[in-house]
Design a binder for this molecule. Structure first.
Ligand SMILES: [Zn+2]
Length: 174
């Protein structure tokens, strides 16, 4: 199953669609191929390099959605990296920087990705009390692509898509 990354006219990531749907856009001259994946499909009348990234030939105006905070989106913001020790050791969990028992909020600014070991070491203490330091202070991501955040986190690993998605990754938008 080929999937195709669809960019807006201004290169903003809009969608991930099926190969079939992308062909529809191309045949109607609604999109332009930016990247192919190296494969070729052939039929009796046609030989086509399989598109991997297409850009619409017109601008879709959509309000940017608010990024809903979830466990998954906090982990993705922190690139699945423990914000105390810098390791990507599974299993990862969500740490309240200021513990909930001390009135710490369940917000972007107070939640970080943490490995279980650091989370246990820290316990119900602030980083200062526990003698631990955050790699960076957590923030609400400012920019959100239209693609759902978990799909985005997967999509950014596709080689041909990276250069188009990385500028929009919330982690890089700090
Ligand atoms: Zn850790």
């Amino acid at each position: 199953m080929h999937q195709v990354l669809v960019l807006n006219l201004n290169y903003e990531p809009l969608n991930i669609c099926s190969f079939r749907r992308a062909l529809g856009l191309l045949f109607l001259d609604k999109a332009t191929v930016l990247e192919t994946n190296g494969e070729v499909v052939r039929s009796e009348r046609l030989e086509l390099r399989v598109p991997s990234v297409v850009r619409l030939n017109y601008l879709v105006k959509r309000p940017r959605p608010e990024l809903r905070m979830s466990r998954r989106s906090v982990l993705a913001r922190d690139a699945f990296t423990c914000q105390y020790c810098g390791r990507q050791a599974e299993p990862l969990t969500i740490d309240h920087v200021v513990p909930r028992v001390n009135g710490g909020a369940h917000t972007w600014e107070n939640l970080v990705c943490s490995c279980i070991r650091c989370n246990n070491t820290k316990g119900h203490r602030t980083p200062a009390q526990a003698g631990m330091k955050l790699l960076r202070s957590p923030r609400r991501p400012r920019f959100v692509p239209h693609i759902s955040f978990s799909a985005f986190a997967r999509a950014v690993k596709v080689a041909e898509w990276q250069q188009y998605l990385e500028p929009f990754a919330p982690r890089l938008d700090r």
